[in-house]
Structure formats: structure tokens, C-alpha cells
Design a protein around this ligand. Structure first.
Ligand code: ARG
Length: 290
């Protein structure tokens, strides 16, 4: 038996849309009803992951840091090593000290083994912009709107793994996890319009056509590419029927959650979580089946 997947999530008690650092955010349209719905939605996501056998660590909310609910941006984690994020926007920079303390506690408990800082001047917004592709054994790393190009070499050095950079072309898809999602079967779900021509060429050179699943603008705007993949299951925001059909045809099962309040901040299932147990060793799939 393999160990359960382990995720970090944040108590949504301080979640709000009170500033605008991406085009999805509109503080003027944010209401108390949205806040109440967010509390319920976050709980549903946690329950869905737990129902799939995952272990979820929940950290406390911090007033004044509404986007702390997106721990995918806290760090890049692989083999127990944690590369702490540095945020582009002052609105989120206060999260850095909070997450530093969280990882120090996780280290004290033996959940992670090492916590590493980025060099000065390097911006990197965690697993939101550095997605581990377990089957291929490399990171896909987004840069442009948030993380900078210099982060690619740092990730490569810290983890000793190949890093495939993908430049993001749109403020709407400002983190790689909004428009790109590798699946366990080797397919990649992605939204082509989010990428520069160079990045698209890279994707097409590295992923066989049969494994490329394109998400339409509507599917991407529903934040369905921002999904958590556990085995054959994809946990995601409410999906258009077109996307459900594409994924089911490939043998995936969807668990859909109404994450509308978080989409108002520009995030959904993947970025509301941070996977803590990723390893660079291929998963022992054969042992797991025994
Ligand atoms: N409001 C947050 C921001 O703009 C949302 C972050 C969502 N995270 C993600 N990895 N897509 O930073």
C-alpha cells in the first residue's frame, strides 16, 4: 500500500476579495454571501480529498491575508524539500513569513526535511508556477506575469531535476496552474491561448498529440484546468459538459465542487491545496496494486 497523498489547505475564515491583483478579482462585487459560500466550498473541497483517502493539514487563517487560502503559491515541494515562494505583489508578500513558520513547524514534525530560500531578486509563486510531472520526472514552470524567468534555474538547482519553462502570455492565466495540468495517464490538460508561441511549441514538442487535451476558453474560465488529480479522479470546480465528456472519454472521473467564491479571486481546486508528499521516484504503481 502506498502512503496517502498529503495536502496543505488554509482555513478560509479570512478569505475575501479586497484588492485586485488579477483580472478575475473585483472587490466591488464581493459580498457577505460570497464569503459565507466560500466557507462551505472550502470544506467541501477538503472533504472530497479526504473521501479519496488523502490526508489534509489545515493551517489557520490570518486576518489581512485573504489569499493565504491558496497555499499552492506558498512553496515548491519535492522529496521533502521546500523552496519558499517570493510573491510579486505587495498584497501577498505578508504570506511569506506565515508560510515560513508553517514549514518550520512541518519540519519539526518530520513532514518535510528542509526549507530553502530563493536568492535575492528571484520571484517564484510556488507550485502554482512549478508543476511536478510525476510521469515525466520534470517540472513544468510558468513565468512572466508572476514568477520571473530567473526562477527556472533556481528550481533546477535546488531539486536537481529538469525544468521546462513555459512563458505565460495572458494576465487572465497568470499562474501556470490556471491553464496547464498534467494527468496521471500522461495526458496534459491545457488552454493554448494562455501561452506564448514559444511555450506552445515546447508543449507540442514534448507531449504527443494523442496526450494533449485542449481546454476551451470557457472551460479554462471555469477554472477546471486548476484541478487536483488523484489516480483516475479529478477534483475540480464545476465543469462545462464539454470538458466532462472529454475527460470521461479518457477514463477519468470528475468530482466537481462549486468553487465560485474562489474563482472570484482567480483560483480553484489545485491552488487551494499544496501537495506535500511529491517524490521524484516514480510511484510504485505495481506494489500499490498488490
Ligand atoms: N488572488 C490570488 C492571486 O491573484 C489567487 C491565486 C490563485 N493561485 C493560483 N495558483 N492560481 O494571487
Amino acid at each position: 500500500m502506498t502512503a496517502p497523498a498529503r495536502f496543505l489547505m488554509t482555513d478560509p475564515a479570512a478569505f475575501d476579495v479586497s484588492y485586485r491583483i488579477n483580472p478575475w478579482m473585483d472587490p466591488g462585487a464581493w459580498t457577505a454571501e460570497h464569503r459565507a459560500a466560500a466557507l462551505a466550498a472550502s470544506g467541501e473541497l477538503r472533504a472530497a480529498l479526504q473521501a479519496l483517502g488523502a490526508h489534509v493539514e489545515t493551517i489557520e487563517a490570518v486576518r489581512g491575508l485573504p489569499d493565504l487560502v491558496f497555499p499552492a503559491n506558498a512553496a515548491v515541494v519535492l522529496d521533502g524539500r521546500v523552496l519558499l515562494a517570493r510573491f510579486r505583489h505587495p498584497e501577498r508578500q505578508g504570506e511569506e513569513t506565515v508560510f515560513r513558520a508553517v514549514f518550520a513547524r512541518l519540519k519539526a514534525r518530520g513532514v518535510v526535511s528542509e526549507v530553502i530560500d530563493l536568492p535575492d531578486g528571484v520571484l517564484q509563486e510556488g507550485a502554482g508556477d512549478a508543476i511536478w510531472d510525476a510521469g515525466r520526472g520534470w517540472f513544468w514552470a510558468g513565468f512572466g506575469p508572476r514568477s520571473n524567468r530567473a526562477s527556472l534555474g533556481v528550481i533546477r538547482k535546488v531539486f536537481g531535476r529538469e525544468v521546462v519553462g513555459l512563458e505565460l502570455a495572458s494576465e487572465r492565466f497568470y499562474h501556470l496552474d490556471t491553464c496547464f495540468c498534467p494527468l496521471v495517464g500522461g495526458e496534459v490538460l491545457y488552454h493554448p491561448d494562455a501561452f506564448t508561441p514559444d511555450a506552445l511549441a515546447t508543449i507540442r514538442a514534448r507531449i504527443a498529440e494523442a496526450d494533449r487535451i485542449e481546454a476551451t476558453a470557457e472551460e479554462a474560465a471555469a477554472f477546471c484546468v486548476n484541478a487536483v488529480n488523484l489516480g483516475q479522479t479529478l477534483v475540480m470546480a464545476r465543469a462545462p459538459a464539454t470538458l466532462r465528456a472529454k475527460l470521461e472519454a479518457r477514463g477519468y472521473r470528475l468530482v466537481e465542487i462549486d468553487l465560485a467564491p474562489f474563482i472570484r479571486s482567480g483560483g480553484a481546486a489545485y491552488c487551494m491545496t499544496l501537495r506535500l508528499d511529491r517524490t521524484s521516484d516514480p510511484r510504485p504503481a505495481i506494489l500499490a496494486a498488490e
